[in-house]
Ligand binder design. Structure first.
Ligand SMILES: Nc1ncnc2c1ncn2[C@@H]1O[C@H](COP(=O)(O)OP(=O)(O)O)[C@@H](O)[C@H]1O
Ligand SMILES: [Mg+2]
Length: 398
C-alpha cells in the first residue's frame, strides 16, 4: 500500500476540496465540513435518551390478567409480581446508559401448595423465557457434596435449549429458600455454616456474575466446551413457607403498635405475612445482604375451600378437565356434583398440603373407576357421575 495521502480530498467521503464548503487538513488526514456535520449528528444521537421500544407485553395489567386465568386467589401477589417482572423485563430490553438500576428479585412467602411455584412458572410462560425450579435444600457451597449453586445456571441453559443469550434473561425459581436460613444462636454450629454459606454463594449469582459452565454436546472443539453465562439479567424468584415468620412479625407488631390494627379479612389468613419487613427476615435467619437483593416481597395465603374448588374446576388445565379427557378416551362422560367437589376440597384442606393435595384426592376418588374402565365399556356405561357418596367411599359401579 502506498503511504501517499491525498490531502486535497476528504479522507472520509473522498470529495475534493473544490466540491465541499471547507476541507480541514491535518497531519495525515483531511475531513470536509459535510463529514464533520455528519459526525456531530452521530454524536448527538448517541447522547439522546435511548429510543424506547413500545412493549405492551410488559404491561403489569396484561401480565396480571394472564396470571388470573391460571392461578386462583393470591390477588396481591399477582399484582406485585406483575409489576416486578414488567419492570425487570422493561429494563433489560432498554438498558439505561449511565444509570445503574438494581435488579429487583422477588421473594414469595407463604404456605406450601398455595401457588408460589405456579406463579413464577406462569410468569415465565407468559414472558416466553426459560424457567427452572431449584431446591435450595439440595444446594451447597462449591466444594461440598451436592449441587453447587452454579448447577442452577446449567439447568437454565438446558431449559433454553443451549441458547446462552436466552438463558441470560431467564427466570430461576429457588424453592424452599427458608431452609437455608442461618439457625438461631441456640442451635448447633454445623447447620449454621451450611445455610449461611449457601446464601453467600447464591448472593453472588443473584448480584450478577459470570459463570463458566460445561457446554453439553460441545465436545467437537476442545477449549470451547465451556459456556460463559452472565447472571446479571437473570430474574431470581425465591419461595418459602417460612414457618415461624408470622410469629416474628406478630411479635414486632405487638411491640410497636398499640391495639394491633391488623384486619383479618380472610379467615384463612393466620397472622399477617403481608407485613413482613427485611428485619423480620433477618431475624428468621436470612443474611441482610441476601434479603437486600429481594426488593419485592409478596406473601400468599392458604387457599380456602371455595378456592380449592376453583382450582379443580376453573383454572386453565384444571384437574377435572384433565380427568374428563382421560375418561372420554374410553367414551365415558365424567361429571361431578357440586357437593362432591366441595367434599373433595374439604378432604384436601385436612391434608394441609394446599392445592397439591387435590391431585391425590381426585386420584383416590377416581381410582376404582379408572381401574375398571374396560368393564364399563363392555357394559355400555357411558356416564360416570361422581356424587358425595362416591367421594366418601370410592368403589366401582359394577
Ligand atoms: N393458587 C393456585 N391456583 C391454582 N392452582 C394452584 C394454586 N396453588 C397451587 N395450585 C396447584 O397446586 C400445585 C402445587 O402448587 P405450587 O405452586 O407448587 O405450590 P407452592 O410452590 O406454593 O408450594 C400446582 O401445580 C397447582 O396445580
Ligand atoms: Mg413450590
Amino acid at each position: 500500500m502506498s503511504d501517499e495521502i491525498n490531502l486535497s480530498h476528504c479522507s472520509f467521503c473522498g470529495n475534493s476540496k473544490e466540491a465541499v464548503k471547507k476541507l480541514v487538513v491535518g497531519d495525515k488526514v483531511a475531513i470536509c465540513s459535510d463529514c464533520v456535520e455528519l459526525c456531530q449528528d452521530l454524536i448527538n444521537d448517541e447522547q439522546k435518551e435511548p429510543e424506547v421500544v413500545d412493549q405492551p407485553q410488559y404491561d403489569p395489567e396484561i401480565i396480571c390478567e394472564y396470571l388470573k386465568e391460571r392461578v386462583i386467589g393470591q390477588d396481591d401477589a399477582k399484582k406485585v409480581l406483575s409489576v416486578a417482572i414488567a419492570n425487570h423485563y422493561k429494563r433489560i430490553t432498554n438498558p439505561p446508559k449511565d444509570l445503574e438500576i438494581q435488579k429487583g428479585n422477588v421473594l414469595i412467602v407463604g404456605p406450601t401448595g398455595s401457588g408460589k411455584t405456579l406463579l413464577a412458572k406462569t410468569a415465565a410462560q407468559y414472558l416466553k423465557v426459560p424457567f427452572v425450579v431449584a431446591d435450595a435444600t439440595s444446594l451447597t457451597e462449591a466444594g461440598y457434596v451436592g449441587d453447587d449453586v452454579e448447577s442452577m445456571i446449567s439447568m437454565l441453559v438446558n431449559a433454553a435449549g443451549g441458547d446462552v443469550s436466552l438463558a441470560e434473561r431467564g427466570i430461576v425459581f429457588v424453592d424452599e429458600i427458608d431452609k437455608i436460613a442461618r439457625k438461631g444462636e441456640s442451635s448447633s454450629i454445623t447447620r449454621d455454616v451450611s445455610g449461611e454459606g449457601v446464601q453467600q454463594a447464591l448472593l453472588k449469582l443473584i448480584e450478577g456474575t459470570t459463570c463458566r459452565i460445561p457446554n453439553q454436546g460441545g465436545r467437537k472443539h476442545p477449549g470451547s466446551d465451556m459456556n460463559e453465562i452472565n447472571t446479571k439479567n437473570i430474574l431470581f424468584i425465591a419461595g418459602g413457607a417460612f414457618v415461624g415468620l408470622k410469629e416474628i412479625v406478630a411479635g414486632r407488631e405487638k411491640g410497636t403498635s398499640i391495639g394491633f390494627s391488623a384486619s383479618i379479612k380472610d379467615k384463612t389468613v393466620e397472622g399477617d405475612l403481608s407485613k413482613v419487613t427485611p428485619d423480620d427476615l433477618t431475624k428468621f435467619g436470612m443474611i441482610p445482604e441476601f434479603i437486600g437483593r429481594f426488593t419485592t416481597t409478596v406473601s400468599i395465603q392458604n387457599l380456602s375451600k371455595e378456592q380449592l374448588v376453583k382450582v379443580l374446576t376453573e383454572v386453565k388445565n384444571n384437574y377435572i378437565s384433565q380427568y374428563k379427557y382421560l375418561f372420554s378416551l374410553d367414551n365415558i362422560k365424567l361429571e361431578f356434583t357440586k357437593e362432591a367437589l366441595e367434599l373433595m376440597a374439604e378432604n384436601t384442606l385436612k391434608l394441609k398440603t394446599g392445592a397439591r393435595g387435590l391431585h391425590t384426592e381426585i386420584e383416590r376418588v377416581l381410582m376404582p373407576h379408572m381401574y375398571h374402565v374396560r368393564k364399563y365399556r363392555e357394559n355400555n356405561i357411558t356416564e360416570l357421575n361422581i356424587d358425595e357418596g362416591n367421594v366418601l367411599d370410592p368403589k366401582p359401579l359394577i
